[in-house]
Design a protein around this ligand. Structure first.
Ligand code: MN3
Length: 236
């Protein structure tokens, strides 16, 4: 029987160790130096059941292997034989109005989901002092930030994403985007560097939470990978 690596990992109940990155949609992000190496569908950094009970295994499987993969494949088809096939996503987003809606929607879906998977973890993680200080300066406290972010995620109308973003002035803010847009896109109202992403499309929560998006949003805090969110902020 051929077993997929992810399933194998999840059966053992161990989190995947950081494997060599085979492909990355990212420009260099931070001291890790993870740089663009071509558009490749990324590995899920943990098993489908790793985020149970907050996100159920069936949702993770469909979300990753169908939704995320679908965006990736449609993006690759849309940029085939164009300059964008060899550009990191950040460069494409910076001039997003030059591209088709297929590149925008599927490129956003490809990129946003990788950020989302990586900013969650089954392990208990801690926030860096630097990020906690910046959050306190912008929102008064970490709890207050969670309230602001939570309200934005719960009240965003229709499909989209909630974000914690670092603005060009260094200040942090919360915003939401429609569809697969993100704060790196050159024509969204509030732009900046995404630190934390939460998918609020119904496909992200409907199997477990049905229409109860607020419950899904509240449970998200149990699985936020603060180590990764801090890395995105600290290593600039
Ligand atoms: Mn999604």
């Amino acid at each position: 029987m051929i077993m997929e690596r992810r399933n194998f990992i999840s059966i053992l109940g161990v989190a995947a160790v950081a494997a060599p990155v085979l492909g990355s949609p990212f420009a260099v992000t931070g001291s890790e130096g993870r740089a663009f190496t071509g558009h490749v569908f990324p590995e899920l950094p943990y098993g489908y059941d790793a985020l149970e009970p907050y996100i159920d295994a069936k949702t993770m499987e469909l979300h990753y292997s169908k939704h995320h993969k679908g965006y990736f494949e449609k993006f690759v088809a849309a940029v085939k034989d164009t300059d964008a096939s060899s550009k990191p996503m950040e460069e494409i987003f910076a001039k997003i109005t030059d591209y088709s809606s297929a590149v925008r929607n599927n490129g956003g879906g490809y990129y946003n989901h990788q950020l989302f998977w990586e900013n969650m973890s089954p392990e208990k993680t801690t926030i860096s002092q630097k990020l906690e200080k910046a959050i306190t300066q912008s929102f008064n406290s970490l709890d207050k930030f969670k309230e602001v972010f939570g309200t934005a995620a719960k009240t965003h109308f229709g499909s989209g994403w909630a974000w914690l973003v670092a603005g060009s002035d260094g200040k942090l803010f919360v915003t939401t985007t429609a569809n697969q847009d993100n704060p790196l896109m050159s024509d969204v109202p509030k732009q900046g560097r995404p630190l934390l992403a939460l998918d609020v499309w119904e496909h992200a929560y409907y199997l477990k939470y049905q229409n109860r998006r607020p419950e899904y949003v509240d449970q998200f805090w149990n699985i936020v990978n603060w180590k990764e969110v801090s890395r995105r902020f600290d290593n600039v």
